[in-house]
Design a protein around this ligand. Sequence first.
Ligand code: AMP
Length: 402
Amino acid sequence: MIPVLIVLNAGSSSLKFQVFDMPDGAEPELVWKGLYEGLGGSAHFIVKDASGAPLDEMTWSSGDPIGHEEALMHLVSWLSRFREERRPIAIGHRVVHGGDAFSKPVLVDDGVIQRLEALVPLAPLHQPHNLEPIRIVRRRLPGMPQVACFDTAFHQTQSDIATLFALPSGMRERGVRRYGFHGLSYDYISSVLKDYDPRLAAGRVVVAHLGNGASLCALNGGTSVATTMGFSALDGLPMGTRCGAIDAGIVFYMLREMKLSPEDAERMLYTKSGLLGVSGISNDMRILRSKAKGDVNAKRAIDLFVYRIGREIGSLVAALGGIDGLVFTAGIGENDVATRAEVMTGLPWAGFNLHEAANSAGGPQIAFGPGPTAWVIPTNEELVIARQTRSVLDAGQARLAS
Ligand code: AMP
């Protein structure tokens, strides 16, 4: 029987998982990754090996719907049946919000669950889905160690001023501050920078996590000093369906003049805005790029995305006092050659020396000196969760042994 870690990332109707072997003294090693989608309706399960080759799949009919609980139990039983038996010894969860309290991953107990539940109002669209599998595991697999790994934690190194809103001080005491998100992705990039360029790892770097969710992070010597997302995952850059930073007055206008309910206003800002809202076509950059030549709205959506990235990079470079490197990551950052080129050519003051052939080839280095360098580095949030889960387990064992 091979002991493995399971990494879970739960959404409202989906459950993404990765399974890691834990070789002694080495990084956790991905063996399988997969997804349950359509939970609550006609659910589908697919699992692939580490190279992406499909291994197994299954579909449940809508007359026989399964939820997160059945999906999780199906996964545990699948692990014990498929090829060599693999037995989960711990589960690491992506949890979007750790609030002020959690600056590191934490072993889950009832007290931790209660404290994470209290953070639901800070991330109402994500936190409840992240907590559900944690509760299910406690009920169905009692004794299974679980570790919560937070998207906010990496940004806890930011200064008080960088996290403060200019609101009455009581609001800060209520927890209304800039937290920042995508921290698991930035943690990964920070951890591998030295493999690409040791000077970069010690320097001033802006990381552009450009996926369906998008944000930027300013790293100084590998730690976060500023980021574009704030109190919620709505702030900063326009995203696939989220608006990014907007004037707070617009929300009052929506509520008072348009008579939208808070729920409808929230839905518009989270799910109908961004690339989708501006283009009226899609939140998918591939589709927008394919239409941009003939469709003025597709082009405007892309132009706004690139323009806002450029302006926010300027803001983070000011916070860093200069820039030594720019890193592109996540779906758009890793794959969209044109977005990378447009962002860099839109920043002539920064002095990027873009190498077009290297950019078309996907890097990793796409701008060479004498100015700041630029890189394409694939992110790996699940590996960070696996690393963090293992380190929490190891620390617990060390405590027991001492
Ligand atoms: P993520 O949330 O990191 O999975 O990223 C999703 C975004 O990446 C979507 O907007 C996709 O259109 C975009 N994306 C994925 N592959 C490509 C590609 N080959 N070219 C351009 N955009 C891509």
